[in-house]
Write a protein that binds this ligand. Structure first.
Ligand SMILES: C[S@@+](CC[C@H](N)C(=O)[O-])C[C@H]1O[C@@H](n2cnc3c(N)ncnc32)[C@H](O)[C@@H]1O
Length: 239
């Protein structure tokens, strides 16, 4: 049974970019940098099994106000993009922000169903699942599993509770909209969630280590993917 989601994501959408900027200002990186970084990670993973220039179907689940859309278009130029979110206000903002992007379909969801009949080559979920009540997460992952194409991949980005900067951002900014429900998720918890929905070949990688003051050391991040203290982690898996 799906638990009702009571958070006010519409209100959050009004201040989302400001909230992100506040959260990351001490790292010195712009939020554009952070959005593209995640899509570049996705591209790296996709390159391992197919050409990112193929005609792929990509779902951004919990797209919010659509900050990654332009980078999905840039790095997957021939793909058809699909985006959905629980917040109608976010959907409106996502449409407005991305009105010049071709081959993009944007729809609201009821919080548990996938509002497209397609099978996706890629499902991307960034910083969404910790906002979903835990009893609903399994239902949503089962639905995502059913929406993934046979050779598809699912990639999820989340805050890492082992990283003090992420914890600070989580308590100061993220949790204020939803103090009762939102719960930061360890990488171990996320792996169990993926496994419970039958996803296979689940890999965990840790990201965002180097602050802006050490920008010259950014190259080191690709060697730290197994070090469990990055500010974020992602899970990538297949069917
Ligand atoms: C922190 S924002 C992240 C937005 C976007 N993915 C990004 O990285 O900028 C979390 C988003 O998850 C959406 N969300 C929360 N619960 C959801 C659900 N059950 N189904 C779909 N979207 C949901 C919220 O409306 C909100 O836009």
């Amino acid at each position: 049974m799906v638990v009702e989601q009571k958070q006010n994501f519409d209100k959050e959408s009004e201040v989302y970019t400001e909230m992100l900027e506040n959260g990351i200002k001490n790292t010195g990186f712009s939020f554009d940098y952070i959005q593209e970084y995640k899509v570049l990670d996705l591209k790296e993973e996709v390159k391992k099994y197919t050409n990112p220039e193929n005609e792929l179907k990509i779902l951004d689940f919990g797209c919010g106000i659509g900050l990654v859309t332009q980078y999905l278009r840039k790095h997957f130029p021939n793909s058809t993009l699909y985006a959905c979110d629980y917040s109608k206000k976010s959907i409106e903002k996502c449409m407005e922000r991305n009105k010049n992007i071709q081959n993009l379909h944007i729809m609201p969801t009821n919080g548990s169903d996938i509002p497209f009949a397609e099978k996706f080559d890629i499902i991307f979920i960034a910083n969404v699942v910790r906002h979903i009540p835990r009893p609903n997460q399994k239902i949503i992952f089962d639905n995502l599993y059913n929406s993934l194409a046979e050779n598809g991949r699912i990639m999820m980005y989340e805050f890492n509770p082992l990283n003090p900067v992420s914890l600070y951002f989580y308590y100061k900014e993220d949790r204020q909209y939803d103090p009762e429900n939102v719960r930061i998720m360890s990488a171990g918890y996320s792996r169990k969630l993926f496994k419970s929905a039958n996803f296979k070949d689940i890999k965990t990688k840790y990201r965002f280590f180097v602050p802006s003051s050490l920008k010259k050391l950014l190259w080191i991040e690709k060697y730290l993917k197994k070090c469990p203290i990055g500010a974020n982690y992602y899970l990538i898996a297949k069917k």
